[in-house]
Write a protein that binds this ligand. Structure first.
Ligand SMILES: Cc1cc2nc3c(=O)[nH]c(=O)nc-3n(C[C@H](O)[C@H](O)[C@H](O)COP(=O)(O)OP(=O)(O)OC[C@H]3O[C@@H](n4cnc5c(N)ncnc54)[C@H](O)[C@@H]3O)c2cc1C
Length: 407
């Protein structure tokens, strides 16, 4: 099958048409290099920006992803370049500098970008989620003040929900915001904040009322506000191109004008943001699996054991077929969820959670299997596959979903 894939030529009737064969026989389309039907079912416009994102990933991200990981570089300038293509506010309204694209479009873009660097794309996906929250729940003044510089990535955003004592049980958070005239005084700390310390706008879920979800509000805290400080940079298994720090609020005075929505709406806003966030993180997992299948395929075709390429081994061909199938099924549920969210369907939150649950687990298996196919080389940092495995492991941990899926 692999040999056939390499020799494969498009039949004459399909030449000059945008067509992707995907899957086994051939394993990938030699014409558009779009593996495993990534562009099947997309309209012409979607295929165009998918190509732009794949090209950006290949040219601007993939050559640097190992260095960003090794040296823990937050690639601000590269992200600003991506923002020039509209990737800083993909599903934000165009009058605020956003690209005004759909959730499905967004998923296609994050999948493609992730092939070049999962960690950087995952941060960009969190940033996009924050800008959308401000666009959707902010008043006109907040939208026009905050969104344009975030869409251009002149400024960066962080999402602050988790606390040291409240992770999966997010509604039990204790960071307080006490009203004092036209200000709130915030006290508490947020844990594991992506971008923490290096971003400019912190979307903070905090308690303005009683216990439970209804006592939570959402307040924007800007870097430089007295009382806002950061913990040490966490040392992580993956996601090393983005810093993770605790965000500490000590008598931090923030204008009431920085509150998104009404008091008590914060938890709902946070969860609405996460519906899209889950599709985005799942899409980043798709990109990692996508890249890993290609790496495994290439490795099997050059590595010889027992006198012939590993690609001739039928067991490994079958395993590769299963990985390809895992990727495609994960992509199907992610795109299905993106469509449900776009249409604001009643089951959207559940389907988004299911897509995140399924895709992050399935894609991790795919990447891990790709590493296995590299043998000992897969464990060396000279080979990219290990970075995809390390980077997507955390997707199974964060943005928890199970409780949203239980029927
Ligand atoms: C690299 C990284 C970046 C992150 N970025 C952000 C960010 O930008 N913003 C943010 O707000 N948060 C962020 N997080 C936090 C992340 O969302 C939490 O780690 C996650 O929600 C899990 O919470 P926890 O770590 O407290 O685990 P816990 O809630 O303590 O859970 C531990 C384990 O127990 C399981 N568990 C929990 N409750 C139950 C239950 N009732 N029944 C069965 N099993 C259960 C969990 O599934 C998990 O396996 C980040 C985390 C990491 C690691």
């Amino acid at each position: 099958v692999l040999r056939a894939a390499q020799k494969f030529k498009l039949p004459a009737q399909f030449r000059g048409r945008t067509l992707c064969y995907g899957l086994i026989g051939p394993i990938f389309c030699p014409r558009c290099r779009s593996l495993l039907a990534a562009s099947i079912g997309l309209n012409e416009e979607q295929k165009e920006f998918q190509k732009v994102a794949f090209d950006f990933a290949a040219n601007e991200m993939a050559p640097h992803m190992a260095e960003w990981d090794e040296k823990e570089i937050f690639p601000v300038e590269t992200m600003r370049k991506a923002a020039q293509l509209g990737f800083g506010g993909i599903y934000v309204h165009p009058d605020l500098g956003g690209a005004g694209l759909s959730r499905l479009d967004t998923s296609i873009i994050f999948e493609a970008l992730s092939t070049g660097c999962v960690s950087t794309t995952a941060y960009m996906s969190i940033h996009n989620m924050c800008v959308w929250m401000i666009d959707t729940f902010g008043n006109d003044e907040q939208r026009h003040e905050f969104c344009p510089p975030l869409c251009s990535m002149d400024r960066f955003a962080s999402y602050c929900l988790t606390e040291p004592g409240s992770g999966s049980d997010a509604a039990s958070l204790t960071t307080s915001a006490k009203r004092d005239g036209d200000n709130y005084i915030l006290n508490g700390s947020k844990a594991f904040i992506s971008g923490g310390g290096e971003t400019d706008v912190y979307v903070v879920m905090c308690r303005t009322g009683g216990s439970g979800a209804r006592g939570i509000s959402c307040i924007l805290v800007e870097k430089g506000t007295p009382g806002l400080s950061f913990g040490k940079k966490e040392r992580k298994v993956g996601w090393n191109s983005q810093p993770t720090r605790a965000v500490i609020l000590e008598d931090c005075v923030v204008p009431v004008a920085n509150r998104l929505g009404a008091e008590g709406q914060g938890f709902g806003i946070a969860m609405r943001g996460l519906n899209g966030g889950r599709i985005n993180i799942a899409s980043c997992s798709l990109g990692a699996a996508h890249a890993s299948v290609l790496l495994a395929r290439d490795h099997l075709s050059v590595r010889k054991q027992f006198g012939e390429p590993l690609a001739n081994n039928q067991y490994l061909q079958f395993r590769l077929a299963e990985m390809a199938t895992g990727l495609v099924t994960a992509r199907l549920i992610v795109r299905h969820a993106a469509q449900a969210l776009q249409e604001d369907r009643g089951d959207a939150a559940t389907v988004c959670a299911m897509a995140k649950l399924y895709a992050t687990e399935e894609c991790f298996k795919v990447c891990n299997e790709a590493l296995q196919m590299h043998g000992g080389y897969g464990y060396l940092k000279d080979y990219a596959v290990q970075q995809y495995v390390r980077d997507i492991r955390v997707h199974q941990i964060l943005e928890g979903v199970q409780s949203s899926v239980i029927p």
